[in-house]
Design a protein around this ligand. Structure first.
Ligand SMILES: [Zn+2]
Length: 199
């Protein structure tokens, strides 16, 4: 019994897959537009509908699905299953009970994790970091997300906030970053920063 559902809550798309976590095999994967401007209730309803649809289309009986893991792009309360702050989604989702809402709709245990920490775990188990004890993961897009595996364990810190590698200061005299510090990696190597440097 190794079947789980993975759900990526993105600013543009929601992506859902049924995955064998032992082998990394993806049985079924589908995506739908997030339409985040409609607000968090509509987005959570859309996530639950897509989860149910992907399970049905996978041919795996729902009773054999062990749970749902959701990666969300922001700050979460892992113990309470809340979204605290999603900077790239309208409304920013303050104190939204994501775990209880999705669990109530799909009838499966639900877990949440910052999306880049989830990517880090996936790359460690099945991708670029396979077989190593310690690794850093950078996810470069509009911002730079990060994650750490240290001595064979995903390093989460308080509420999964450890590993914001994009906000390391690499130049104390550098440009001001959106986080309030100066000279962060993001200020030099995010997608927009690279585009600006090439202009
Ligand atoms: Zn910063």
């Amino acid at each position: 019994m190794n079947m789980y559902v993975g759900c990526d809550l993105g600013g543009t798309n929601i992506k859902v897959g049924v995955v064998d976590v032992e082998t990394g095999r993806i049985v079924e994967v589908q995506s739908a537009p997030t339409l985040a401007r409609e607000g968090h209730d509509a987005v959570m309803a859309r996530m639950a509908d897509l989860i149910d649809k992907v399970i049905a289309d996978s041919g795996i009986p729902k009773a054999e699905i062990e749970g749902v893991g959701i990666g969300a792009p922001g700050v979460l309360d892992l113990d309470k299953g809340l979204v605290l702050f999603l900077p790239n989604l309208p409304g920013t989702w303050p104190n939204v009970p994501l775990v209880d809402t999705i669990a109530g709709r799909v009838g499966l245990p639900v877990y949440i994790l910052n999306d880049v920490r989830a990517i880090t775990f996936g790359e460690w188990k099945f991708g670029a970091g396979r077989g190593v004890d310690t690794m850093a993961c950078f996810a470069i897009g509009t911002g730079i997300g990060g994650g750490l595996v240290i001595n064979g364990k995903l390093h989460l810190g308080i509420n999964g906030t450890a590993g914001e590698l994009g906000h390391q200061t690499i130049n104390f005299n550098g440009p001001k970053c959106g986080c309030g510090n100066y000279g962060c990696v993001v200020a030099y190597a995010s997608g927009p920063a690279i585009a600006a440097a090439a202009a």
